[in-house]
Structure formats: C-alpha cells, structure tokens
Design a protein around this ligand. Sequence first.
Ligand code: ACO
Length: 391
Amino acid sequence: MFGAPSMSAVASSVASCARASAARVPSRRGGYAARLGVGAKSARGASVVPAAFTPAGAKIAGVGMELPSQSLTNEDLAALVDTNDEWIRTRTGIGKRHVISGDESLTSLAAGAAKKALAMANVDAKDVDVIILATSSPDDAFGSACTVQAEIGASGALAYDLTAACSGFVVGLVNGVHFLRGGEYEHVLVIGADVLSRYVDWRDRGTCILFGDGAGACVLSKTTDPNDCCLLGFDMHSDGTGNGNLTSKFTSESQVCGTAKPTSESDGAASGVGSFANIAMNGQEVFKFAVRTVPDTLTKSLDKAGVSSEEIDHLVLHQANQRIIDGAAKKFGLGKEKVVSNIEKYGNTSAGSVPIAMAEAVLEGRIKQGDIVATAGFGAGLTWASAILRW
Ligand code: ACO
C-alpha cells in the first residue's frame, strides 16, 4: 500500500543517506563490508557471503493507533487543581486527554495499535520478526513488549522494550529500519505507547494538565532494493546532565535490595520495597531545551537526507506543547497545512505521540505515498531525535 515512488530528488537523498550511514560505521574492524562478512574468509578458507547481511531497503507498510475510552477535559482538571480551560489552551494547546481505566493497560493499548498497523500492512502477526516497544511506563518492570507479542500472536518475533521517553518512537523507528537494511528480517513492528497517567500527580497543576495515555504503531517491511528506503536521514542525541529536569524516580523504602546487603532482619520484607515517584518536571527548562534542540536536530536530519525544508510535506513533532510545534514550523517556514497537530484532543502521550499523530494523518488521508515527513521527538533523559521519512 505504501510502496516507494520513484522521485529523483529523493533517490539522491537516499544515496546520500546510505553514504552518511556507511561513513558513520567505525572502520577499525575492516569497514562495513568486512563487518557484514561480505568477502570475508571462513575458518576453512572458503569465501563467506552470509545471506543474512544482504543489504536491503525498508518501507512503512502500515500504521495504527489506540486510545483509552475515557477522556478528561480541561474542565474536569479544573475541578481537581487551580487551573482553567483558557490557561491550558493558551499555554499548551491542550483541550482534553485520554486516560486508561478498567481493564485498559499499556499492553492493551499497544496491542490494539499494533493489530491495526498489521491489518493495514496486510502482514500476519506470525511473520513479524522484531517488535520494538518504545515506552517509559510498561505494565511490568521487565518490560511489556513480550506481553504485547503474546496478545497479538507474533510468536516468531523477538520483542523488547526501548526506553527513551518521548523520543522513544523515533529512536525505535531508526532501529527498526536498520534491522531491515541489514537484510536479515522481513517485518519489524515499532510501537510507541505510554500510560503516564499512572505517574501523574493529580495535585500538581504544572504537570497533570499535560499528559495523556495512548499508543501508535507502524509496520516496517523490507524492500529488496537498498536504495528504496523510507528513512532518508536521522539524528539522535541524549544528555544525562539535564536528567533532573524531568523525572519519575524509583525510590526505595527499604535498604534490602540494591542499596545495602540483604540481611535476615530485613523488617520482615521479602525484598526491597519501593515504587516510582510521580512525574516531576521543570517545565520552563524542558520548554527551552525543546525550542533549542528540535530545530537543531531537524536541520541535521534534513542535511543528512539532502532534503530542503521546502520539500517537507508534513511536520510531525512530539505533541508536547502547541507553542513548541508552532515555533519549529515557523523556523522552517512551514504553513499550518503542513503541520500535523492533535495535541488538542490527546495531550502529550509521550512515546505514543509521534506514531499516533502519524497514524491519524495517514487515516485522514493527509500523509500519502511519496510524501516527505519530518519528525522529531524530545523529552526525558534528556533525549531528542529526528528523522526524515519518505512515505
Ligand atoms: N493553570 C494555571 N496556572 C498555572 C498552571 C496551570 N495548569 N501551571 C502553572 N501555572 C502558573 C504558574 O504557577 C505561574 O504562575 P506565577 O507566574 O504566578 O508564578 C504561571 O502559570 C506561569 O508558569 P510557567 O511554568 O512559567 O508556565 P509556562 O508558560 O512555562 O507553561 C508548561 C508551563 C506548559 C509546563 C511549559 O513550560 C511546557 O510546556 N514545558 C515543556 C513541557 C514538555 O515539553 N515536556 C516534554 C517532555 S515530556 C516527556 O518526555 C515524558
């Protein structure tokens, strides 16, 4: 459905992206070819060209999204904290957000989005090779990718979680494309999902107005031509020195596990007792960080892709604050018609926000085959990442 078009400008971008990717691979072990085994000798002296590493391309084959059934309006929050609809809309662009209730969970949202993406891609779950679940709020500390795998019946896949906060989906997308470009895999499912309502302090008006729950997913499929690649350029960073600006820290109430030697007199507790604290954010610092890094990372990705800002058809940014989105759009001279924004309806769904925005824009018929999509995520870590995609 989303097969690659032939666009000469884009083809040269793909080539420059391939050159840039090759240039980034360290050469001390004999370069890309040697590391892939191409032309290498086996222990018995015969030439070995592993089929697993026949370079390939990748395309976005399907997208999906899933939101909790319950939503909270700004008026609902005004009943909890000292805030009002006008302040929230003016400062953030948010009108309401969805939050999980009842049986809903991170796994159920992620699985719902994944099933829809697989249906659009016409890919059987059993044919998925890798599932990357970008999330900061798994249902289990060991991760939720495997429970999503079980839920959708992707019995042949390796499933694992990726934690990079609101940048997680873009990082996962870049990871997924690279799995396919190595030639080993046919289909990678990348999901971005979060249920940060579990960690929101509903007494803190500085954060509770921002976050919502949700999941988005995309299916990436291998193409045989290495030059036929949906990822034209990317750029990814983190800076742990800014970590304190946005946290949900684990706090241990017992000294048994992790912080001291276990003892038999551990207050009767079988193990350490603790939990993740509510989200704490220095909003102004995160705002300044986003305003600085988003245009910067997008510029780098555009340069690597060889794509000019005029060629961008859709700007799909992490939906954290409408003012951040508008600022970036202005910087690149992009009119409203090129900016994808659904923050008014869903708030900041963290790792879910970029894939939900992408899926909705596809389902509405806005993003079409051949379009150039510029995307970026940013958030806790601190982390930030961007990618230029050809749909
Ligand atoms: N309702 C009414 N008043 C409020 C509210 C509220 N919900 N929240 C704060 N205020 C008040 C403040 O107390 C302050 O009052 P004062 O001037 O009397 O002290 C005033 O409004 C201004 O507060 P600021 O914090 O300066 O407001 P700001 O314009 O910076 O907006 C916001 C706050 C919306 C949080 C903004 O800083 C922001 O969007 N930051 C970025 C958040 C973000 O992008 N996070 C992304 C990462 S998410 C992730 O990785 C999981």
